[in-house]
Design a binder for this molecule. Structure first.
Ligand code: NAD
Ligand code: LMR
Length: 338
């Protein structure tokens, strides 16, 4: 409900500037991997978003059925399904936002990096097509390992001469969603009003929730903060283990992906003060990519915000995540340039 009403608020903010009956500018959103575990519920949620006028659902298989199904929902956007590489160009042409949940998910015992060998190639091919068919789109990268797939995308775009660091985002919203949920539970506050920035990257210890900056404030003991941090870092694994071989987070990820795409659309549409955490090109630390709060605007990233004051525990967490994050970034860059 809050996603829908947030999106509706966005739309009404925009229409107030024009004619009351205007639904907002035309916006095409493409979902690559739309028939998958994330792709299907994400496509549903994007169909519910009134900021979307055209919804393009692409996968290597299964998209006609998903598109037919979703297209019957009586909301603004027109839905078209595209299947197979030969239809990828049409799926992408004119897209304002491209969301990529294409690729294999983890099974118990695997790290996100174990997905690299398969997903790196998928992301490379999809980004090559993006640079050809919709080079100005905002790219929302969900496929894991995000710490490497975002640098891969950047390198592919650089090679094609289309790279714009303001338009490439690693989606880390699920970490924020989890941190908010877990914090609200321990702080015993209504989850609706909770904010927790999550910085760093999107794997294990590279996920660094900043509970010292969480609002509303709650004086939680250090051991509770430590446990909350660990649970946020291991949130993905918690779901992978509970699904026992049947994949990783799909429903909560679809929700998080829809929230982040909605923020991108609002930014594009000129809604002020849209701030979300995302893994982007960054000078916040010495690492070339880093997740932090980002202000979104008409060209994508308007401003990468700094980390703010960190507790000693968070400062230690920041120092200890840098080695792993650096090597994941370098691995992606190396792969793309092979
Ligand atoms: P899934 O296997 O259910 O779905 C993946 C879909 O991608 C399938 O429909 C498949 O046909 C499609 N696909 C494969 N190759 C493709 C290609 N070349 N072009 C287009 N589509 C292609 O997996 P899932 O559970 O939806 O997870 C997808 C990815 O998202 C995984 O890599 C997973 O690790 C990642 N993920 C990321 C986050 C995050 O927070 N960023 C959260 C959850 C999952
Ligand atoms: C998550 O955080 O749920 C995703 O990155 C999927 C995973 O493999 O944990």
């Amino acid at each position: 409900r809050s996603l829908h009403s947030a999106a509706t608020r966005g739309a009404s903010n925009i229409s107030r500037r024009g004619y009351a009956s205007e639904p907002g500018p035309e916006r095409k959103v493409a979902v690559l991997g739309a028939a998958g575990g994330i792709g299907q519920p994400l496509s549903l949620l994007m169909k519910l978003n009134p900021l979307v006028s055209s919804l393009s659902l692409y996968d290597i298989a299964g998209t006609p059925g998903v598109a037919a199904d979703v297209s019957h929902i009586n909301t603004r956007s027109k839905v078209v399904g595209y299947q197979g590489e030969e239809e990828l160009g049409k799926a992408l042409e004119g897209a304002d936002v491209v969301i990529i949940p294409a690729g294999v998910p983890r099974k118990p015992g695997m790290t996100r990096d174990d997905l690299f060998n398969i997903n790196a190639g998928i992301v490379k091919a999809l980004c090559t097509a993006i640079s050809k068919y919709c080079p100005h789109a905002l790219v929302n990268m969900i496929s894991n390992p995000v710490n490497s797939t975002v640098p891969i995308a950047a390198e592919i775009f650089k090679k094609a001469g289309t790279y714009d660091e303001k338009r490439l985002f690693g989606v880390t919203t699920l970490d924020v969603v989890r941190a908010k949920t877990f914090y609200a539970g321990k702080a015993n506050v209504p989850v609706d009003g909770v904010n927790v920035p999550v910085v760093g990257g999107h794997a294990g210890i590279t996920i660094l929730p900043l509970f010292s900056q969480a609002t509303p404030k709650a004086n939680l003991d250090d051991d509770i903060i430590k446990a909350l941090t660990k649970r946020t870092q291991e949130g993905g694994t918690e779901v992978v283990e509970a699904k026992a071989g049947k994949g990783s987070a799909t429903l909560s990820m679809a929700y998080a992906g829809a929230l982040f795409a909605d923020a991108c659309l609002k930014g594009l549409n000129g809604v002020p003060d849209v701030v979300e955490c995302s893994f982007v090109q960054s000078t916040v630390t010495e690492l070339p990519f880093f997740a932090s709060k980002v202000r979104l605007g008409k060209n994508g990233v308007e401003e990468v915000l700094g980390l703010g004051a960190l507790s000693d525990f968070e400062q230690q967490g920041l120092e200890s995540l840098k080695g792993e994050l650096k090597s994941s970034i370098e691995k992606g860059i190396k792969f793309a340039n092979q």
